[in-house]
Structures are given as structure tokens and as C-alpha cells.
Design a protein around this ligand. Structure first.
Ligand SMILES: [Zn+2]
Length: 121
């Protein structure tokens, strides 16, 4: 069943925090002699840290976060933003269906279906 516009917007309002980009878990060695991370046989790397990378004004910016509230917020924000984008896609699909006359949008659907049929072996 199709989502109502009001339901889409209501859900969007609740999606906070919102964060773009990706969050990657990372472990590293510090390079200090005699540190546990330098052990030749069983090195224990430092971490986990989280690297949050995103685009800000077209430039890639990354921040390193410790586990805890900030990393949790970003993790939640990224999930929320993905849902937000799904909702925008749904909204756009509904809106675009309405800009064409019914005959033409019906036409578009049948073209799409016939293309699918050709792909089948
Ligand atoms: Zn170390």
C-alpha cells in the first residue's frame, strides 16, 4: 500500500539525529616501542576508534571518535539519514506520478514492464 504524504512527513520530522557519510571501525598501532601493539607474535592493537567520513561542501572530512555517545549518535544519525532518503524517494515517486497525465504515466509503466520481459531468458 502507498504511504500517505502526511505519514511520510510525520516520519521525517522524527528522524533525528541525521548524519551523512559512513562510520568505520578502526584499530591501529601507535608505533611506541614495547607497547602491546608492537608485539611480534600477538600484537594487541589500540581501539576500537570510529572514523566518521562525510562530504562537507564537496570536500571529504573525517573525524575520529571514541566509542560512546558521539559514535552512537553518528551511527544512529546515519541509519536515520538512510531512512530519510528512502522516504524522499517514495515522495518523489508519488509526486512524479502525478505530473504526467494518467495515459502517459500508464505508458511509462508498460514500457518498464516490457523491458523486464526482454531480460528473461
Ligand atoms: Zn601502542
Amino acid at each position: 500500500m502507498e504511504m500517505k504524504h502526511s505519514a511520510i512527513f510525520e516520519e521525517m520530522i522524527k528522524l533525528t539525529p541525521l548524519c551523512s557519510g559512513t562510520l568505520r571501525e578502526q584499530y591501529f598501532s601507535c608505533g611506541k616501542k614495547n607497547c602491546r601493539c608492537q608485539d611480534n607474535e600477538t600484537p594487541k592493537l589500540h581501539g576500537p576508534y570510529y572514523v566518521w567520513a562525510r562530504l562537507v561542501g564537496g570536500r571529504r572530512v573525517s573525524r575520529t571518535l571514541r566509542p560512546g555517545r558521539e559514535a552512537d549518535n553518528v551511527k544512529e544519525g546515519i541509519q536515520n539519514y538512510r531512512r530519510f532518503q528512502d522516504l524522499i524517494c517514495e515522495l518523489l515517486r508519488q509526486e512524479e506520478n502525478q505530473v504526467l497525465s494518467p495515459e502517459r504515466s500508464a505508458n511509462e509503466v508498460s514500457k518498464k514492464n516490457s523491458r523486464k520481459r526482454y531480460r528473461k531468458p
